[in-house]
Design a protein around this ligand. Structure first.
Ligand code: HAM
Length: 426
């Protein structure tokens, strides 16, 4: 790359610019509020995890085969192997690891946890699909009751509806467990094998390696075969069927609407029984899932820990922001401190500090003219400007100008914060 070429963000990575940050934070805070009101406790887990943690989660999924960001790390004297780390593609595995490693399995069960932050998947970027994206995550670990499946769905829905999102629908399915899924997958393979040459090449591979994902195929040529494929919900074992019926009856009881879809399978391999997604009508095509989750009773054992039932959800914050009807205006600093001549930097910084006792303040240290500074403050939406000239600075006073009314008067430094706060509250 030539040195004159400006450096841009890596493909699939985005900046969240100041004008979007307020909305972004609002979406995150609504998630935290929903989780808190149901007694979920916050946890933070690392962005970097051992590759093994991610590989055991994913089995043969795309997330593991193609999308892991492996880190070229150095080995070290403690015996850590070179390059055995990766950026997390999701939070669930890390939270389950932390639950055991931090001894949360010794507490009264289940443990309700919530976290949020950046995730990384090396997928083809497009609108609504990024290589660094953000999730709001809920996990309930340590109890098999379907009532927790229904609760996780309820909290997730609470989050989305508190944001005023319209056009969101909940899609529900059960994909069985270690007892009923293997014989179902056998049937599915038997159904698809004679059709193999008519399937999309990706589905030809899935047929042998991960047949459940055949149900997830979006390719036109596979749709007629998918429609007639055996349905997992017709092949659930008794305990899975009963658990699914209970989840549905709890959702009905809570007046939570959903659509059953026997083709709903998830992109990660660890699910058992309940799976669900929230779709948004206005987000296009394959990127229409605002969030999803389900029960994952086998994950703890796959990570080398005792068998422990769990259920969870993750919402895509980027997509929720895209779909959100809210647009929060950026809150500008309410006063700009404008030194009218050079040499007043220390005094201006001090006046800025005094203003901040009550309201946000910006100090304009630039060398542009006073009128240019006034225009900049006006464009930024500032309510006041505090103009500082050398003679007034000697008296420890400024000219405070109300940008709305145009009124201007001298105010001593030590009264500025109180004067402005007083007129904001009146
Ligand atoms: P997931 O379906 O892979 O589930 O991701 C959840 C949500 O994250 C998606 O519905 C989507 O909104 C968002 N998302 C995923 N990939 C991207 C991307 N490349 N760009 C933008 N947004 C994206 C999980 O991650 C599970 N850990 C959920 C879970 C928690 N299951 C149990 N507990």
């Amino acid at each position: 790359m030539s040195r004159s070429q400006p450096i841009r963000a890596a493909r699939g990575m985005r900046d969240i610019l100041p004008e979007q940050v307020a909305l972004w934070r609002g979406v995150e805070m609504a998630g935290e509020a929903a989780a808190r009101s149901y007694g979920y406790q916050e946890i933070e887990v690392p962005i970097i995890e051992p590759v093994a943690l991610i590989e055991r989660v994913g089995g043969d999924t795309d997330v593991v085969r193609k999308e892991i960001y492996r880190i070229q790390s150095h080995g070290d004297a403690s015996g850590e192997r070179e390059g055995h780390l990766a950026l997390r593609p999701e939070a669930t595995a890390g939270v389950v690891r932390a639950y055991f490693q931090g001894g949360l399995n010794q507490l009264s069960q289940p443990v309700r946890l919530t976290t949020s932050g950046p995730m990384f998947r090396h997928d083809r970027p497009q609108a609504g699909r990024y290589r660094q994206f953000y999730q709001f995550d809920l996990e309930v670990i340590g109890d098999p009751s379907p009532a927790y499946d229904a609760e996780v769905i309820e909290v997730s829905r609470q989050w989305l509806s508190s944001l005023g999102l319209a056009g969101v629908s909940l899609v529900l399915n059960s994909i069985g467990d270690g007892r009923c899924r293997p014989p179902y997958l056998q049937r599915l393979k038997e159904y698809y094998r004679p059709l193999k040459t008519r399937l999309h090449p990706d589905c030809q591979r899935r047929l042998e390696e991960n047949p459940l994902r055949l149900l997830d195929c979006k390719e036109e040529q596979c749709q007629p075969f998918k429609a007639a494929a055996p349905r997992i919900t017709d092949h659930l074992c008794q305990p899975c069927a009963e658990a699914f019926a209970e989840v549905r009856s709890l959702l009905d009881g809570a007046a939570i609407e959903y659509r059953l879809d026997a083709h709903l399978v998830r992109g990660l391999d660890y699910y058992t029984r309940t799976v669900f997604e929230f779709e948004h009508a206005a987000l296009g095509g394959a990127q229409n899932a605002l969030g999803g989750g389900g029960r994952y009773d086998g994950l703890a054992a796959a990570l080398g820990y005792p068998d422990t039932p769990a259920v969870g959800f993750a919402g895509g914050i980027d997509r929720v922001v895209l779909a959100s009807p809210l647009s929060e205006p950026v809150k500008p600093a309410q006063v700009w401190v404008l030194p009218a001549e050079p040499g007043l930097e220390a005094e201006a910084a001090r006046v800025g500090r005094l203003c901040r006792a009550e309201i946000p303040a910006v100090v304009d240290f630039s060398r542009r003219s006073l009128s240019a500074k006034m225009r900049a403050a006006g464009r930024a939406g500032s309510r006041w400007v505090a103009i500082m000239a050398a003679d007034e600075a000697q008296r420890q006073a400024v000219q405070l100008r109300d940008m709305r009314s145009g009124d201007q008067r001298e105010v001593p430094w030590d009264q500025l914060a109180v004067v402005m706060a007083g007129s904001l509250s009146s």
